[in-house]
Design a binder for this molecule. Structure first.
Ligand SMILES: [Zn+2]
Length: 178
């Protein structure tokens, strides 16, 4: 995993306060941690891992549902249906919504598989939560930012875009996905 070498690098794009528009300054907070602080209104810009969900679904033949990514990062690669968590949705609600948007299938959460702390080429770190889901309706059709959506047999899985998704597949099937 790429290291975050310098805390300054974390804040290189943090220029203006999103609250009042004043220029942010790097300073130590009360715990002695360097943050981007607003000298005018006191707003603190926290840099955190971005939370995401990934959805693991198997059909009756044991095949796994994948989508071909239509946007960055890793555009054109295959992945589990997945997305960043919206502020107004729980992780489970988000998983259900992402599955429907990207694959046309309506799902129910069966259980949480695990979480995975991974590297992101855009946000440095993503904290991904994997859910095993079952299909309860809908019709398989790629949508939203997915170019294709289809089921793959385990031994025919294409190279996957994210370590997190390999981790969830390994836990659910014992199989090392490429
Ligand atoms: Zn401010």
């Amino acid at each position: 995993m790429n290291e975050v070498k310098n805390v300054i690098d974390l804040y290189r794009n943090a220029t203006y306060c999103q609250n009042c528009g004043e220029k942010l300054k790097l300073a130590q907070d009360r715990e002695g941690k360097t943050r981007a602080l607003c000298p005018a209104c006191g707003f603190i810009l926290y840099k955190n891992p971005i939370p995401a969900v990934a959805i693991f679904v198997q059909n009756e033949a044991g095949e796994i549902l994948l989508i071909k990514r239509g946007c960055e990062p890793r555009i054109g690669m295959w992945a589990l249906p997945s997305g960043y968590i919206e502020i107004n949705m729980s992780p489970e609600e988000n998983a259900i919504a992402e599955m429907q948007e990207e694959t046309g299938l309506i799902g129910e959460v069966e259980h949480c598989i695990d979480w995975f702390y991974g590297y992101s080429p855009i946000y440095l770190r993503v904290l991904s939560i994997g859910f095993r889901m079952k299909v309860v309706g809908g019709k398989l059709q790629a949508g939203d930012d997915a170019e294709e959506a289809r089921f793959f047999a385990l031994d025919e899985l294409p190279p996957l875009a994210f370590d997190a998704h390999r981790h969830f597949i390994k836990l659910e099937t014992g199989f090392d996905a490429p």
